[in-house]
Design a binder for this molecule. Structure first.
Ligand SMILES: C[S@@+](CC[C@H](N)C(=O)[O-])C[C@H]1O[C@@H](n2cnc3c(N)ncnc32)[C@H](O)[C@@H]1O
Length: 384
């Protein structure tokens, strides 16, 4: 396991806090590597044959798979352990942040007031949090992405940063930037003539995936938007501390304040599955409006269900029902290229691709297109 990259607003851990967070990470690793795969054996050796004997066919959709899997005591045990382990992680990271929250708020405030900033932060209290974000505690994290308990709160940002690093068992790198790094690297190789002057990242959260664009396109101005103020305050302080110039602002990706044709490259990373069907379509329409002719949009996600095996579909479906991600499964069933065409992109300019995860490619012998967790990212995009 690697250590998380240090920066000014990363929570500091005492010896005991580090031990508890390390235990949380190790427990997650055990769940994913040892317990979760048992569901695959259960399905192929017991559940699917029994279903076939009874119905004369295999389960036709995720609801049927869920129905039979959740009757299995093994799957019930796995499910309960997964929920408990996430709650444990939130407890141990949450109490660690609470102990030092006022100090983190002061650091973020000092960054935004500094005269030596590389980037900027613009908050807009008139931006309304969409219902698909504030009606649930996304990831079952108390307060989700948006809740503010104290003035100038950064709790949600601090929780996301440390929580994702632990949850991903360091598989996304020491800055949790594998998605952005892999996508930006692929874009640069695939569109060598693009040379973007202005780049926008929609739904940037705390900038994990945004910062690689500043490195890979050093001549571009990098903009990043999110609807959540506590995430953006943290994102700005983190970016400055890591030496990246990013212009953060609080905006809704469905309807931004940027002028038409403002960007050469518009990207998002694992945003779609956390928006509603309607919002996703509006975000893609907004990408079309924001791009200059010849500009490119690219959105990464997990693979769509059409490219997945039944058990991988079951795991996404499980997140949808038990992990506070209510739109995830429905998103994985959408025809994303058609949505891009509906938004105005020409069909021949729309693409769907599996691109290698740079981090996973280092760890494993290669990546397996279409296999969730096989070390790849799914990308939908288009050139205008
Ligand atoms: C899963 S996170 C994205 C992670 C981030 N892109 C990364 O790679 O680290 C989804 C983010 O999208 C934001 N979001 C959801 N709907 C949005 C919208 N309509 N406009 C802007 N941000 C939005 C949420 O606040 C949340 O921070």
């Amino acid at each position: 396991m690697i250590r998380q990259a240090q920066h000014d607003v990363l929570v500091q851990r005492t010896h005991d806090e580090e031990a508890r967070q390390g235990f949380s990470q190790a427990m997650n690793l055990m769940i994913y590597s040892t317990i979760q795969p048992g569901n695959r054996d259960m399905y192929s050796e017991k559940v699917e044959p029994a279903f076939r004997r009874k119905h004369g066919r295999t389960p036709a959709n995720r609801a049927e798979i869920r129905d039979v899997m959740l009757r299995e005591p093994y799957t019930q045990m796995w499910s309960a352990i997964k929920v408990a382990s996430r709650e444990y992680r939130q407890d141990v990271v949450g109490e660690c942040i609470e102990r030092q929250l006022l100090g983190l708020v002061d650091k973020a405030k000092a960054t935004s007031k500094s005269n030596h900033k590389l980037g900027s932060l613009m908050l807009d209290p008139s931006v309304k949090t969409p219902r698909y974000v504030d009606a649930v505690d996304i990831h079952n994290t108390p307060g989700g992405y948006h809740r503010e308990i104290i003035e100038d709160d950064v709790f949600a940002g601090a929780m996301y940063d440390r929580g994702v690093f632990i949850h991903m068992m360091s598989l996304m790198g020491d800055k949790c930037d594998d998605i952005g790094l892999s996508q930006a690297t692929w874009l640069k190789e695939t569109y060598p003539d693009l040379k973007p002057k202005r780049i926008l990242d929609i739904g940037c959260t705390i900038g994990h995936s945004t910062l690689p664009y500043a490195d890979i396109y050093p001549d571009a101005e990098v903009y990043a938007i999110d609807i959540s103020a506590p995430l953006l305050r943290y994102a700005h302080a983190r970016a400055e501390s890591l030496g990246a110039s990013v212009q953060f602002s609080q905006q809704n990706g469905e309807d931004t304040k940027f002028a038409p044709g403002s960007f050469d490259l518009v990207v998002s990373h694992i945003l779609f599955h956390e928006t509603s069907n309607k919002a996703l379509r509006r975000i893609v329409e907004e990408c079309f409006r924001l791009l200059k002719p010849g500009g490119v949009m690219a959105h990464s996600e997990g693979p769509q269900f059409k490219d997945l095996q039944p058990m991988d579909i079951f795991f996404v479906d499980w997140d949808t029902h038990f992990q506070g991600e209510p739109f995830s499964a429905a998103m994985h069933e959408l025809d994303l290229p058609q949505i891009a065409v509906d938004a105005g992109f020409k069909p021949e300019k729309v693409f769907e691709k599996f691109i290698p995860s740079l981090m996973m490619s280092k760890i494993t012998s290669g990546y397996k297109p279409g296999v969730r967790g096989g070390g790849n990212w799914f990308l939908m995009g288009a050139q205008k």
